[in-house]
Write a protein that binds this ligand. Structure first.
Ligand code: NAD
Length: 483
């Protein structure tokens, strides 16, 4: 099969990069190159920003219903090609085809539909003053905004940014991850078919430190919405600071799942706890990689948990019987294997997994890691402090609520926590004290698109989701009239 050649979308046209240079895109399931994506430069970004600037005032003046209609149309076009998108997402990222089909692509469609619907009734505040004046808040689009997304939920997170940005009346220069660029490229093609005016949505493919950095540094880009690692987030914050750009940063995590002795550990709940560690090979920023279990139930819990984890099947992402697919890239595979080695060096006891897996046939070159459970490491070890972002969970016993809270909050990150208890008072009390942007109680990854999404500490700055995203992508202006 010939390699897929992706294009940039600039000014409503699919274009090759200025320098005609291309990056190899790998299929994680086989380790082979299956596509080439533009290795764009600052020149391509400058073209995209110029096109976005030209389109900006007309798009901002386009009636909200019409902007919403175009987003709905794009959602329809993606939905009509759900199978093609899911297959491409799975091939590009190594994730299970079943997951791409049930989660990633439907969620991308929902993102577009949600913000198309949410922006129409959205209104701003007014404040009347007794002395005879009224204030109202005008929420105006920012102009050109940058959207930079990572590889783990490629189309899901790409649309989570561009949908509110476009709905709110901004024009966009977006950059998907160069590791998983395919579905965003396909979305770009469909945006032409949907009828978006040229320059409203621009997609520049390429490397982060080149294309991403050029977007962040371009004076014409008024705000940047970024999802990715904490390290890159810090670089972006540094680059954006002198320009006083609005920034939304959704970064890494080291999330705890906390199981109290009074938890309802039905089979279904235990399955969710397992899923919260290993879904998408652990490559979801919300996965719980630290599993805190109250000591009175620790032995029993561990036995039931391990039985389930050992039964997980690592295999071809296209095979419906696989539970885990491939890790996204050779460097990421090396990083995860390095973290497992480090856990051993720190004195961790590997209860299951701990090794890579070689599949037969054409998958022999793929990047597969067995689901790994470790115990015996203190809360302050590197294994329990650093984000691994792979199928690796560390079991940590605790005595009581105070110790659980200290361990859970005792990292530099604060993205998401999940809490398992049947004690309602404890659920509220403990939930309020967890220093995380998202707390799930007796569930995990239950997402309502209206809720604020984001983390504390090194997990980020600002919130996405619902009106938070629409607020981010608009500038509030107070107008005060005396009468
Ligand atoms: P990454 O930071 O390496 O890359 C993310 C994006 O930023 C990519 O498009 C990349 O090309 C670009 N980039 C890289 N360097 C840049 C620079 N100097 N300037 C501008 N852009 C640059 O992250 P990744 O490895 O793609 O993704 C995994 C990370 O993302 C994990 O840390 C994970 O926790 C995090 N993540 C967070 C959330 C969240 O909502 N908080 C969601 C998903 C993933």
């Amino acid at each position: 099969m010939p390699s897929l050649r992706l294009a940039n979308l600039i000014d409503g046209r699919l274009q090759a990069p200025h320098l005609d240079r291309w990056l190899e895109v790998f299929e994680p399931a086989t380790g082979e190159v299956f596509a080439h994506c533009p290795d764009s430069t600052a020149e391509d970004v400058a073209d995209a920003v110029a096109a976005a600037q030209r389109a900006s005032s007309a798009w901002a003046a386009t009636p909200t219903e019409q902007r919403a209609r175009l987003l709905h149309r794009l959602a329809d076009l993606i939905e009509a090609r759900l199978d093609a998108f899911a297959a491409l997402e799975s091939r590009d990222s190594g994730k299970l085809l079943s997951l791409a089909r049930s989660l990633d692509i439907p969620r991308a469609v929902s993102n577009l539909r949600y913000f198309a619907a949410a922006v129409v009734p959205w209104s701003s505040e007014s404040h009347a003053m007794e002395l005879g004046a009224i204030n109202y808040t005008l929420r105006q689009p920012l102009g050109v905004v940058g959207c930079i997304s990572p590889w783990n939920l490629p189309l899901y997170l790409f649309t989570w940014k561009i949908a509110p940005a476009l709905a709110a009346g901004n024009t966009v220069v977006a950059k998907p991850s160069e590791i998983t660029p395919c579905t965003a490229a396909l979305l770009g093609e469909l945006s032409i078919e949907a009828g978006f005016p040229p320059g409203v949505l621009n997609i520049v493919q390429g490397r982060g430190p080149i294309v991403g950095q050029a977007i962040v540094e371009h004076a014409g880009v008024k705000a940047v919405s970024f999802t990715g690692s904490t390290k890159t987030g810090a670089q972006i914050a540094t680059a954006a600071a002198p320009h006083f750009k609005k920034l939304s940063l959704e970064l890494g995590g080291k999330n705890p799942a906390i199981v109290f002795a009074d938890a309802d550990l039905s089979d279904a709940n235990l399955d969710t706890i397992v899923r919260s560690g290993f879904a998408n090979q652990g490559e979801i920023c919300l996965c719980g990689s630290r599993l805190l279990v109250q000591r009175t139930i620790y032995d029993n819990f561990r036995a039931r948990y391990l039985e389930r984890v050992r039964a997980l099947r690592v295999g071809d992402p296209l095979d419906a019987s696989s539970d885990l697919g491939a890790l996204v890239s050779q460097p990421h595979f090396d990083k995860v294997m390095g973290c497992i080695a480090q856990a051993r060096d720190e004195g961790g006891h590997i209860l299951c997994g701990g090794q890579s897996i070689t599949l037969p046939g054409r998958h022999a070159g793929g990047w597969y890691v067995a689901p790994t459970v470790i115990e015996g490491l203190g809360p302050n070890t590197a294994t329990n402090q650093q984000e691994i972002f792979g199928p690796v969970v560390s079991l940590i016993p605790f005595e009581d609520e105070a110790e659980a809270l200290a361990i859970a909050n005792g990292t530099g990150y604060g993205l998401a926590a999940s809490l398992w208890t049947t004690d309602l008072a404890r659920a509220h009390r403990f939930g309020a004290q967890l220093d995380f942007g998202i707390v799930w109680i007796n569930c995990w990854l239950l997402r309502d698109l209206r809720t604020p999404f984001g983390g504390t500490k090194q997990s980020g700055l600002g919130r996405e989701g619902g009106v938070e995203a629409l607020r981010f992508f608009t500038e509030p202006k107070n107008i005060c009239i005396r009468y």
